[in-house]
Design a protein around this ligand. Structure first.
Ligand code: NAP
Length: 445
């Protein structure tokens, strides 16, 4: 985004409008009506859309700029279309967005692309965690709403969608609702090819030998493929490490077979200790490690831990719960969550008081940059490096849009340090005993 540059005057705008290039978008067009033509796709992804068609109204410098002017809203806000700056539009009115394209550093898209690992996995710089749409965080949203959310993700340039076989919820009639099934249904409507789909295999207990393991993983993967209604899962993680006597090498050999059969494309591990990452990577290249990483969960930054190991081996990092399960958006400041999160120690009554003060300090820094707390928290994660693709989750379009804006925020080293310092002194681990027994936690000394 070209910050601080003013939009042209009315007269200049009129002149530019004469030369408007509207051939790719008629007023009645909807985003869905675009073809899958790559050029058209590129144009489409360059638009931050408010759900309505945009018009290219001007150039500045040598950049084309797509602007969605909502006359009525500008009027209500008392803002002249001709004088608002990109910064004002982008930060103050998230539904009115200006985006530089073609030669801008965000490539031709409003959403940066990032590579995870060295095997060719490329996806949006910010992903979407779908878990909370159906499981663990209250009631499941409707199937229609899932379609709406995923469409909006694409419109915002987000194509990296995270799910897992264990994202299940028991429904009132006793049946199990699989997050994968709901996503599969939605993606079959929208078009599977538009997404980079990630899912995970959860370890089973009591497996006796390698044959047992192979059969179990193949069955689990086939079931995920079926629920997702796809032939291939783009990124397939081992969700947690198998307990002894199952060796990580044996698991990865089976995953490699799945790659060979075209059932999965790239491999990932979630909550893996550094020595497991190394051993797995020696058997088959690992593209991504998924691990909790937010201003509240920072153990993976310890020297020699997950971040260092990934960087040494060229593996991408996918931070989960980057908004601290809602706490870094300002939620749960006055009450303990009433769902699964009631077990998360940093959200418990005894820790919350001190933690809220910590959050307030970060919020003050966010305000100073015209950002929301969620945006600054996400920007802090995204500014950790080009090898980092966080997957915030939300059920709300408004929050999705707000979070997507974080991709535009560049933080200096000094700002990163200030934010890190402000967020230190969080009390309570990121999971209770039972959660942490399956998770990896480095100890920061
Ligand atoms: N590998 C693992 O073991 C593991 C573990 C946990 C999660 N995950 C993955 O990571 C994904 C993200 O984790 P998460 O869902 O805990 O992510 P999160 O983004 O840290 O937290 C999501 C919560 O924050 C709220 N929220 C998000 N943005 C907001 C905003 N701008 N304003 C207000 N509230 C906001 C959401 O509420 P609203 O719905 O009201 O917006 C939701 O309750 C999951 O969906 C899942 O795919 C993986």
């Amino acid at each position: 985004m070209s910050e601080g540059k003013t939009v042209k005057t009315d007269q200049e705008k009129d002149e530019t409008e004469d030369a408007e290039d509207l051939d790719f978008l008629e007023d009645d067009d909807t985003l869905e009506e675009f073809s899958a033509d790559p050029v058209e796709e590129e144009r489409r992804s360059s638009i931050i859309n408010t759900g309505k068609p945009h018009r290219k109204v001007q150039d500045w410098d040598d950049e084309d700029v797509d602007v969605d002017f909502d006359d009525q809203l500008c009027q209500e806000l008392g803002v002249s279309k001709a004088v608002v700056t990109a910064t004002e539009l982008g930060l103050q009115f998230p539904s009115l967005v200006v985006e530089g394209k073609t030669k801008s550093k965000t490539s031709s898209s409003n959403m940066l692309q990032r590579s995870l690992g060295k095997q060719g996995l490329v996806c949006s710089a910010q992903g979407f965690g779908a878990m909370g749409l159906t499981a663990f965080y209250g009631n499941a949203v409707s199937d229609d709403h899932v379609v709406t959310v995923l469409k909006r993700c694409l419109e915002l340039g987000i194509n990296f969608i995270d799910t897992a076989e264990v994202y299940q919820a028991k429904q009132s009639d006793g049946t199990i609702l699989f997050n994968e099934s709901v996503l599969g249904k939605a993606m079959s409507i929208i078009g599977r090819e538009k997404f980079v789909i990630c899912s995970k295999h959860y370890p089973r207990q009591g497996l006796k030998n390698k044959d047992d393991l192979r059969k179990t993983i193949f069955e689990a993967c086939n079931a995920s493929l079926k629920r997702l209604q796809v032939d291939t899962i783009d990124l397939y993680y081992l969700h947690r490490m198998y307990a002894s006597p199952i060796q990580i090498e044996d698991v990865i050999e089976v995953f490699a077979e799945l790659v060979g059969e075209g059932k999965i494309k790239y491999l990932g591990l979630s909550e893996a200790p550094p020595n497991f990452i190394r051993r797995a990577h020696a058997i088959h290249p690992i593209s991504a490690i998924q691990q909790e990483w937010s201003l509240i969960a920072r153990d993976l930054e310890a020297k020699g831990s997950v971040v260092d190991t990934c960087r040494e081996l060229g593996i991408g990092i996918v931070p989960y719960s980057p908004v601290a399960r809602g706490f870094l958006s300002g939620q749960f400041q006055d009450k303990t969550p009433s769902d699964w999160r009631a077990s998360v120690p940093y959200l418990l009554e005894e820790n919350r008081g001190g933690n809220i003060q910590v959050i307030r300090n970060v919020e003050a820094l966010a305000k100073g940059k015209d950002l929301t707390l969620s945006q600054l928290s996400l920007a802090w994660v995204m500014n950790q490096g080009d090898d980092v693709v966080p997957i915030p989750g939300t059920t709300k379009i408004k929050h999705l849009e707000e979070n997507a804006m974080a991709v535009k925020v560049n933080l200096t080293k000094e700002e990163m340090n200030t934010i890190s310092t402000a967020a230190s002194h969080i009390k309570g681990p990121r999971g209770n005993k039972s959660y942490m027994s399956g998770a990896f936690q480095a100890h920061i000394v």
